[in-house]
Design a protein around this ligand. Sequence first.
Ligand code: PEP
Length: 251
Amino acid sequence: MKRKKIVAGNWKMYMDYEEGRALANAVISHLQPSETIVVLGTPYIHLKGISGLIKGVSSLKLAAQNCHQENNGAYTGEVSAPMLKSCGVDYVILGHSERREYFHETDALIARKIDAVMAQGMQPIYCCGERLEVREAGEHEALVSRQVSEALFHLNEEQMRQVVIAYEPVWAIGTGKTASPEQAQEMHRHIRSLIRKQYGDGIAEGLTILYGGSVKPGNAAELFGQPDVDGGLIGGASLKAEDFIAIVESI
Ligand code: PEP
């Protein structure tokens, strides 16, 4: 089965409104037609405007970086899945390690956010990955198994087909340390085997699994060349259009 290739940028809390529009326009102007889905994961304030800019560029999609688990209510400062949907959002990044660390998000909470996003017909990009001490203790596969099962295994088969998983070892995010292609492949194969056991071969083979953690133009091709690596979730290097486009073209 031919899996969808995806390269998603995570702008995090960077780019004011004008900078964000300029970056999106630069990506649009450099993007070559291809089958790779390119996703811009922007701060909330950019979503509506950038959705207008990318209309008509069929390979470009829009992602939010979070959403609330409830559809509406007295939750000052929060943004819900129906609100994101109404702004033209296609994907929502959930479970990023920065949200787990600074906002104390648990897999039980992330599972509810995944449900909220899917109920609106958007696709979650579910992030999982171990901290350095977990890898050093040799417990990385067990930890990722737990993250994947707790956040995703309540989904039915139809829902699971819509999920994208991003493996992001925490020790490689924003640190300049990248997992070796072998380390990435080993974990991606493991994640696919978890999905195979739970949902069967067809869904496992169709699942897009992204690698994230200090991906740059210089290391992207080798990472993306691994059989179970179907693209990347890109933080720092997504903030420069030339670097991001070079990464997209490495697939
Ligand atoms: C990320 O934010 O998901 C990420 C992988 O960041 P970086 O590429 O900067 O390591």
